[in-house]
Design a protein around this ligand. Structure first.
Ligand code: NAD
Length: 355
């Protein structure tokens, strides 16, 4: 117990010594994206598409793009299968209600030239086991999007996932062989393969994958059981219940705050080449530690209640992003280590601060 306390103290010290901690939450977003990179005229962005923009990450991204490029035309494409219009409160752009895997892209957007397409649309519930549905909608959606973007070499930034790494230990590096443990992860590997294939055929066309780890933050409530563990635990504790976690709560996850995710996804616009970049906090924390932080921020003292993991056969008990590449090529510096991100998020959930 004492050893764990000393470890936690050390970790807190490391955390608060990190560069960038103490920045205002929006600083990462407001830092200008390098517009001098060949192939990207970032400052001249006029027409931008976000698929999956009614979802968690997509809506945060669409609203950040609106703030960053107030004169640009924004188009969100979403079929609401897991998104919610309430996430887009304050959004002033266009909205196309359509399934990206069945949409006739050329017919719908034929004459239009986008400056960038951010692809967030995907079935995101990893417990959906319908292999045909997951594979069709996730893979064919991306294939159609790439076929549409190819003639104009429209830069594409798409959401990959740490699920592609499968069940491993230690830091996960982009060069590691994929090992998908479920159909969702398999479809994400296929997205990476497609991106690799297209960009190899045309090296001047930028297709950038951002490999998200466990994202948490505002605008995820609609995901219900598929929302982050941080949100689930917060809800339980808020209702005065003991937070329920898989036995023994020592599974470690790289939880990354959505504000850092948006910042890195925007930075991917200025990527020097087509590539995949890990997007995590780089600091995995256990579920027990998350509960400690939530107790601290809520002023509660609720003890965890452990139960057996029904998904143990494909569950990632350890995720940890190696951020070397994102730091080097995108100048990514996470602004929200777990303790800072959880504090910011609880502040928003509790209505003590704006998003
Ligand atoms: N949240 C995470 O922790 C996490 C981790 C790794 C990767 N990702 C990836 O990030 C992206 C965003 O995830 P999220 O957490 O915001 O999930 P989300 O479920 O909130 O958002 C996905 C959105 O895509 C829409 N959508 C799904 N399939 C579609 C289709 N065929 N056509 C049109 N719209 C469709 C949904 O309605 C939803 O609004 C996804 O690609 C997901 O796989 C998320």
């Amino acid at each position: 117990m004492r050893v764990r306390k000393v470890e936690q103290k050390k970790r807190r010290k490391r955390t608060t010594n990190r560069p960038g901690v103490g920045d205002t939450p929006h600083r990462a977003l407001n830092r200008p994206v390098d517009s001098s990179v060949k192939g990207f005229n970032v400052s001249g962005m006029k027409n931008i598409m976000v698929t999956g923009g009614a979802g968690f990450v997509g809506s945060n991204l669409a609203l950040a793009l609106q703030e960053k490029f107030p004169d640009a035309r924004l188009v969100v494409v979403d079929d609401f299968r897991s998104g919610d219009f309430r996430n887009l409160q304050g959004y002033r752009g266009d909205f196309i209600a359509a399934d990206v895997s069945r949409l006739d892209w050329f017919n719908r957007f034929g004459g239009q030239k986008f400056d960038a397409i951010f692809h967030e649309a995907s079935i995101t519930d990893t417990t959906v086991h319908d292999q045909l549905l997951q594979a069709h909608d996730n893979i064919e959606g991306f294939r159609r999007l790439l076929a549409f973007a190819e003639p104009t070499r429209t830069p594409v930034i798409y959401a990959s996932s740490a699920a592609t790494y499968g069940i491993t230990t230690g830091r996960m590096k982009e060069t590691q062989a994929p090992a998908p443990a479920n159909i969702y992860a398999f479809t994400k590997v296929q997205l990476d393969n497609l991106a690799h294939d297209y960009s190899r055929r045309d090296p001047d066309w930028r297709i950038v994958g951002v490999r998200y780890f466990n994202v948490y933050g505002p605008r995820e409530a609609h995901k219900k059981a598929a929302a982050s563990m941080i949100y689930q635990l917060y809800r339980q504790m808020k209702e005065g219940r003991r937070p329920r976690v898989f036995r023994s709560g020592e599974q470690r996850r790289d939880f990354v705050y959505v504000k850092d995710v948006v910042a890195l996804t925007l930075r991917a616009l200025a990527a020097p080449r087509s590539a995949i970049y890990n997007c995590g906090s780089g600091q995995p924390v256990s579920f027990n530690e998350v509960i400690t932080e939530l107790n601290r921020n809520l002023g509660t003292r609720l003890e965890p209640e452990y139960f057996e993991n029904p998904y143990a056969h494909f569950y990632q008990s350890h995720t940890e992003a190696d951020l070397t590449l994102a730091r080097r090529e995108l100048n990514y510096k996470p602004q929200f280590p777990p303790a800072t991100g959880i504090a910011d998020y609880v502040g928003i959930l509790e209505g003590r601060q704006a998003i």
